[in-house]
Write a protein that binds this ligand. Structure first.
Ligand SMILES: Cc1ncc(COP(=O)(O)O)c(C=O)c1O
Length: 384
């Protein structure tokens, strides 16, 4: 008897997770690995968050919370919008989620029907297109290049020949780190409003920027759906806590979906994360370290032969065009890991076609690892 397996799971893997797995095997065999593959800070959560978690463990029964999250946390997040962007967002519009990853599932399910068409930049974060595909929603890839700073523009959207139901943007972007400025954001938000396209803005890398401050889609259209997380700026990846700011028409549908799918986001993380908004100074120290790491990679990689680098205005990634070195980024990354113990991510994760000739380095890790990795790559590419 052969049991049926649903088509939904027939989506591409998240390749970086596969690279992490290979790196773990190498480490378990006693070999060292420099982790430039995963977009994850090597630092702990802020001290006040850890103290709040310890207190909660002793004082709270850690039962379920409301599906949309604890009111105290949602109020804290609303305060964050006032502090950072000068925006008044009512706590009722804020939804705590199990990482921004769960926010994608909830928002896509609430906003789109199977068969709808949702645009996003390619290269871009793979989970957008893979989750949409699993849900029967059609991802429409907008091919962007350095000339567009790897971001969708109104002109590029106009070249698509069928109407859209949604647009997902990410500024700073993963994998390129490039950003959408105030004027471009305004143009995109206005276009979406006029064409009745649901705008979803993934703002997970806000706070991690090196040239300009990131602008929120909410500043251009207060009804945008914004997704964010404690994972990156607050260095809390494993705490699995994110949030959304949702427009009024989606609050109740998202609440019903969240109740049924997840019951509630992790209670311990919610209680602890409320203290994150007293921890900006600590988070800024991490951003300073990323800035130093960024300079190391941007200055050192070109002398190894990896010369075509995206500008990395924000986030903690360097996206490199390595067409001069390979036309098979998966093999290239595997060989780099095997030969010199440097783990990085093949561009195919982010761009299903052109990613054959690109790779992504994460510089979220320790500074000594960045220096060591550049040295190893220089030696490796000279004597492959
Ligand atoms: C652009 C982007 N969005 C979302 C996520 C997922 O983050 P979370 O840990 O909040 O689920 C990532 C993780 O790397 C990311 O790069």
């Amino acid at each position: 008897m052969v049991l049926k397996v649903a088509d939904r799971g027939e989506i591409p893997p998240f390749i970086v997770m596969d690279v992490m797995h290979s790196a773990a095997i190498r480490e378990s065999q006693g070999n060292d690995v420099l982790h430039l593959e995963v977009g994850q800070p090597s630092t702990k959560a802020p001290e006040k968050v850890i103290s709040a978690a310890k207190m909660a463990l002793d004082a709270d029964n850690l039962g379920y919370t409301p599906a949309l999250g604890l009111l105290s946390l949602r109020q804290g997040i609303a305060g964050h919008y006032k502090t950072w962007y000068g925006l008044d967002i009512p706590a009722e519009r804020i939804v705590a989620t199990k990482g921004s990853s769960a926010a994608f599932v909830l928002s896509f399910m609430a906003a789109f029907n199977p068969g709808d068409r949702v645009a996003m930049a390619s290269p871009g974060y793979p989970a957008y297109r893979n989750i949409l595909t699993a849900l029967g929603i059609e991802p429409v890839l907008v091919l962007t290049g350095l000339e567009h700073r790897f971001q969708p523009t109104v002109a590029l959207l106009e070249t698509l020949n069928q109407p859209l139901d949604g647009l997902i943007i990410a500024s700073p972007s993963n994998p390129t780190g490039t950003m959408i400025n105030d004027k471009e954001m305004h143009e995109l938000a206005t276009y979406c409003k006029e064409k009745e396209i649901r705008l979803i803005s993934d703002e997970i890398y806000h706070g991690i920027t090196y040239e300009e401050k990131a602008v929120s889609a909410l500043g251009s259209n207060i009804d945008s759906l914004v997704i964010n997380s404690f994972s990156k700026y607050f260095s809390m990846t494993g705490w699995r806590l994110g949030w959304m700011v949702v427009p009024n028409d989606l609050i109740r549908p998202i609440e019903c979906l969240a109740q049924n799918m997840f019951i509630s986001p992790p209670t311990l993380s919610q209680l602890a994360a409320t203290a994150a908004f007293q921890s900006y100074a600590e988070a800024e120290e991490n951003v300073k370290r990323y800035a130093q790491n960024r300079s190391i990679l941007m200055n050192e990689l070109p002398s190894s032969g990896i010369t075509k680098l995206a500008p990395a205005d924000g986030a903690f990634y360097v996206y490199a065009d390595v067409a001069n070195l390979t036309d098979d980024s998966v093999y290239f990354c595997q060989k780099m890991l095997k030969d010199i113990g440097v783990a990085c991510t093949p561009g195919l994760d982010f761009d299903p076609d052109r990613g054959r000739v690109t790779i992504r380095f994460s510089f979220a890790g320790a500074q000594c690892d960045m220096i060591d990795a550049c040295q190893r790559i220089k030696t490796w590419l000279k004597f492959p």
